[in-house]
Design a protein around this ligand. Structure first.
Ligand SMILES: CC(C)(COP(=O)(O)OP(=O)(O)OC[C@H]1O[C@@H](n2cnc3c(N)ncnc32)[C@H](O)[C@@H]1OP(=O)(O)O)[C@@H](O)C(=O)NCCC(=O)NCCS
Length: 349
């Protein structure tokens, strides 16, 4: 290390000591520790944004770094829907292109697009990288589908930025952990048979105006057919659930059903799939409207809702704020869909 440089390990894969990039950052590039609690790389606006195409390496790196739940197949699915909208911000320094941040746009349905994976490395935050990635994402939709709706699921950290860019709240979601020790897994078992029942899901989605294209539904089913179940009454589909593996824990969603009893059965069946595989932690993302106590002050974690209609064993872990671009600020909770008991998850809109 020369006297002018400080060696920083900027990028490191989780549980992996062999694959990382070490760079020498010249002292003049570092923001003074006096003004910042941690030294950070100062970019002076000299970063660029380009599409990484079908390459999911950077998304995977950033997702792991942030402790998010996506598996590599999840990211492949996400990017496969529009590889041109897999954006990577990077900084050219000597021989290296340093990855700084990511962002994706996913077509969810006709005229509905979802921005996701907005992640910026902690050492380069507050320098406009996320803002610029967001602008690329928005422009991508504007150019390819003029007039389309653009949505996203914000973390509380991302919320101020999206607000500044013109997004407003439509509803609140909660990432929840399912307490599998006590969950009632029910006794109705309708194993999903792809060939016979895929069409039933398409028809149900159309009938209930579920905002998801046939293409997306097909890919989700193919992604983890053993985690998909439909409930039927006579010839009619009355609900379905999907579930899939996760990097941290398996994930249940989407779950749509005609009524609460059906939703509970589907929830129990999906839980059982992962319990039988030995998982004792499962995630589910639900809308706040289905909690009985929306903000119970007696809760051990103040501000967390409790008493979910599906099961007492659904415990909120962290919130997501569902937002949409160019809607009035008073549109909150306009998005309530009575049939939706669990969402696709922020990765899938
Ligand atoms: C949220 C995140 C992507 C922001 O990245 P960033 O590159 O630091 O954001 P920017 O520098 O582009 O900030 C843009 C604007 O948001 C504001 N902003 C950013 N973070 C903020 C915060 N924590 N609180 C208040 N304002 C904030 C900035 O002031 C800036 O406003 P300005 O342009 O008017 O000055 C980054 O903090 C991150 O990766 N967090 C962890 C992952 C995450 O939660 N991602 C969001 C997923 S929805």
């Amino acid at each position: 290390m020369s006297g002018m440089c400080k060696r920083e390990v900027l990028w490191k894969r989780e549980n992996d000591t062999s694959e990382f990039v070490e760079i020498d950052i010249p002292s003049e590039l570092l923001i003074s520790p006096a003004s910042q609690p941690n030294q950070r790389l100062s970019l002076r606006d000299e970063f660029s944004i380009a599409s990484a195409g079908s390459n999911i390496d950077f998304l995977n790196l950033f997702s792991q770094y942030a402790g998010w739940n996506q598996t590599e197949p999840d990211l492949e699915l996400l990017v496969s829907l529009d590889p041109r909208a897999n954006f990577l911000a990077s900084f050219r320094y000597k021989r290296f292109d340093l990855p700084l941040g990511t962002g994706t746009v996913m077509p969810v349905a006709d005229q509905l697009y979802w921005i996701g994976m907005i992640l910026v490395h902690p050492k380069v935050r507050r320098q406009g990288i996320a803002r610029k990635i967001m602008q690329h994402c928005i422009n991508h939709v504007r150019q390819n589908a003029p007039g389309a709706t653009i949505g996203l699921d914000a973390t509380p950290e991302g919320y101020p930025l999206y607000q500044k860019l013109g997004f407003n709240v439509t509803t609140h979601l909660w990432r929840c952990r399912i307490d599998t020790d006590n969950v009632n897994t029910g006794n109705v078992s309708t194993r999903f048979n792809r060939n016979l029942q895929e069409n039933a899901i398409f028809d149900y989605a159309k009938d209930k105006k579920i905002p998801a294209s046939q293409d997306l539904l097909t890919r989700l089913i193919k992604h983890c057919p053993q985690g998909c179940f439909i409930a039927s009454r006579g010839q009619d589909c009355v609900g379905f659930v999907m579930s899939r593996p996760g990097r941290v824990a398996p994930f249940i969603g989407p779950l749509f059903a005609d009524d609460l009893d059906i939703a509970r059965s589907l929830f129990g069946i999906a839980c059982r799939v992962w319990l039988e595989r030995g998982y004792d932690n499962i995630f589910i993302d639900v809308v706040e409207d289905h909690f009985l106590q929306k903000n119970n002050p007696e809760n051990s974690e103040p501000g967390m809702p409790s008493g979910h209609l599906l099961s007492d064993h659904i415990h909120p872990v962290r919130p997501f704020i569902r937002m949409q671009l160019d809607i009035p600020a008073n549109a909150a909770h306009k998005e309530f869909l009575p049939y939706r008991y669990a969402t696709f998850g922020p990765e899938f809109g």
